[in-house]
Design a protein around this ligand. Structure first.
Ligand SMILES: Cc1ncc(COP(=O)(O)O)c(C=O)c1O
Length: 339
């Protein structure tokens, strides 16, 4: 790959592409709906300080993260105005060092043990993480007030509550989805009544418009989208694709093989999609496609696949190539990968 590739034909494949106009449409659409601190963008979706800086420059200075490394990396990049680790950790010492470096870090806690880890690690501010229906982290809503009291007795500041309604993100029946989100958020608001503080943090790409109870929305996928979220009918468009090269064509069988497979694509939401035909199956380093009869491909052609799940797909790649059609116009390092 040349130091500054000019077109997609200069890139080694497989390579992840971001269509600049689609990304910009998504960014602007969310910014209009959820301006400033109304969006606490979730960097786990893209793991890139370059992307976080674009949001910061657009007025979104608060971020949330899923790993300690994401918090450390954002702070090192000068983006540490207000970072939430929206996840439980048992060793908060690296976060404490970030706080001592002059950054603001808030930690989600859902138990006495994680609370004490925050205090012992030197993180002075917490959010009480409340379970609102997703079988994952979060305390029982009825225990939130007790945890907040414990936090204050340990000298911590309680900024409020968070409760991620992740089980409600990808519903296509949006009227029913809204009813369920209301039920989930009733749990969170009841807990907030017991906890106090200014923050009610929840939501994601799939509920950014209907979760009117949270005062900050934790969304990240919306910037890139994937075929899974695309089915929901949100006002965001697919900006991400995997650039591959056709390495073999079987004319008699009607299939072709490209050089990117399940090691370059997250598969937990299923196969990628191919606009010029069908995806037959993926293997480690191959995807077998069935081109539409009127769209045959030849060995050496470049073919784009649409990923089914954005976050873990991006986490497999060191760089996002920003493109305008076939022109490569920028690159964003995926510098917050790993832990
Ligand atoms: C804690 C938390 N908040 C918010 C989100 C929403 O992110 P997305 O933009 O992918 O919907 C997630 C995604 O899994 C999450 O884990």
């Amino acid at each position: 790959v040349p130091a500054a590739p000019r077109t997609i034909h200069d890139l080694a494949t497989p390579a992840l592409l971001v269509e600049r106009s689609a990304f910009e449409h998504n960014r602007a659409t969310m910014s209009a709906a959820r301006p400033g601190a109304n969006l606490r963008a979730h960097v786990k979706a893209f793991k890139s300080t370059a992307v976080a800086r674009i949001l910061h420059d657009a007025g979104h200075r608060t971020f949330c993260a899923a790993t300690v490394k994401e918090v450390v990396g954002l702070a090192s990049a000068g983006l540490g105005d207000d970072l939430l680790l929206a996840n439980e950790v048992l060793d908060a010492r690296r976060l404490g060092a970030v706080v001592r470096g002059g950054n603001r870090v808030t930690l989600a806690v859902d138990s006495d043990v994680t609370m004490r880890a925050a205090a012992e690690g030197g993180v002075p501010e917490v959010l009480i993480d409340v379970n609102v229906g997703l079988p994952r982290c979060g305390c029982d809503p009825g225990d939130a007030g007790r945890l907040a009291d414990l936090a204050r007795s340990l000298g911590l500041t309680v900024r409020g509550v968070m409760g991620y309604e992740g089980h409600l993100m990808d519903w296509t029946d949006r009227a029913r989805q809204a009813e369920e989100v209301e039920r989930s958020m009733a749990l969170l608001l009841a807990a907030h009544g017991d906890v106090g503080g200014d923050i009610v943090s929840a939501g994601g790409t799939g509920t950014f418009d209907i979760n009117t109870w949270a005062n900050e929305i934790q969304a990240g996928s919306y910037l890139f989208m994937d075929t899974h979220y695309a089915k929901v009918g949100l006002p965001f468009v697919e900006a991400l694709s995997l650039l591959t090269t056709v390495i073999s064509v079987n004319r008699a069988g009607g299939w072709a093989v490209v050089d990117g497979g399940l090691k370059a694509l997250a598969m937990d939401h299923g196969n990628p999609s191919y606009a010029g035909g069908e995806v037959f199956f993926c293997s480690d380093e191959h995807t077998t496609i069935v081109p539409a009869p009127d769209q045959p491909v030849a060995v050496g052609d470049r073919v784009r696949l649409a990923p089914a799940h954005v976050d873990p797909t991006i986490a497999k790649h060191p760089v996002l190539w920003v493109v305008d059609g076939e022109d490569v116009v920028d690159s964003w390092a995926v510098d917050l990968r790993d832990w």
